[in-house]
Design a protein. Structure first.
Length: 256
């Protein structure tokens, strides 16, 4: 079985691998592609629908998070075709392959998602947003700061029950981050309490492959409003009364 194909990436999920075998292959791949930073892969943080996140121990004894994307999982992205068009890809044959989801197309599409998340992480981290610090990128994976403490990943905001003052502080911090994104001309595009980690009172935004440009293509106010509505829904449950439409309009007018 030739697991290490093509620049250290794994051509996986053709139905021949069991989950455990797959995890083993992915961990081997991570050790290889991130050998400059990682000395040991120390289990899974999360096995999600679009990516698996592994906890890695660095040569510096710090913990890192490695997010591994997989071919099969990209079928879950709903808005893929909205901006992965021929123009943005610059290759009509590839664009067609992506639309038709051929093997080459799926792999290219996967890499565009990884590139997109990597770029967004870098731009936003540099701009001061509370995203994990990006460390390194491989064809199928991103290495970044493990958000948490003492090697334990922080919980998702969605799992938290906050008191009023914690909720107010967290909500303000998230709105400031949303302003940093807007200032970078970006919308998260999948923001919710599930894509925010709560690290000792500090919200940290994660999961950025679907970031959108505030200037389109198309009118991106609707996805922006949806992001704000998702956040507002969580904070309503914590006793706040945010008005997502008012907040969205105010921010949109200020930045777009
Ligand atoms: N840098 C990080 N530090 C700590 N935990 C992380 C980090 N990045 C991701 N995680 C964990 O992995 C989970 C999945 O990551 P992410 O949301 O980026 O991927 P996903 O493709 O949306 O997966 P899912 O389908 O589970 O939402 C997160 O909910 C979080 O628990
Ligand atoms: Mg997620």
């Amino acid at each position: 079985m030739n697991a290490m194909a093509d620049e250290g990436s794994i051509d996986l999920l053709n139905g021949r691998f069991l989950r455990g075998e797959l995890a083993e292959l992915e961990q081997k791949m991570l050790l290889e592609v991130f050998s400059k930073y990682v000395s040991h892969v120390d289990g899974m943080v999360n096995d999600g629908k679009e990516a698996t996140v592994y906890r890695c121990l660095g040569h510096d004894n710090e913990y890192y998070a490695a997010k591994v994307y997989r071919d099969r999982r990209f079928r879950a992205f709903a808005n893929e075709s909205s901006y992965m068009d021929a123009a943005s890809i610059g290759d009509r044959r590839l664009a067609k392959a992506i639309r038709q989801r051929t093997k080459t197309g799926r792999r290219t599409s996967q890499r565009l998602w990884i590139d997109r998340e990597w770029q967004a992480l870098n731009v936003l981290y540099e701009a001061g947003a509370s995203v994990p610090e990006p460390v390194d990128k491989a064809p199928d994976a991103i290495l970044m700061e493990l958000v948490g403490s003492d090697g334990a990943a922080a919980p998702m905001l969605a799992q938290m029950k906050l008191d009023r003052s914690e909720a107010e502080t967290a909500f303000k911090a998230i709105l400031l981050d949303i302003e940093v994104l807007l200032d970078c001309e970006l919308i998260h595009g999948d923001l919710s309490a599930y894509n925010i980690l709560y690290q000792n009172g500090r919200p940290r935004l994660i999961d950025l492959p679907q970031v959108l440009d505030i200037h389109g293509p198309g009118d991106n106010f609707a996805p922006f409003l949806r992001d704000i509505e998702n956040i507002a829904t969580f904070f309503e449950r914590q006793g706040l009364c945010p008005d997502p439409l008012e907040i969205s309009i105010k921010l949109w007018r200020r930045y777009v």
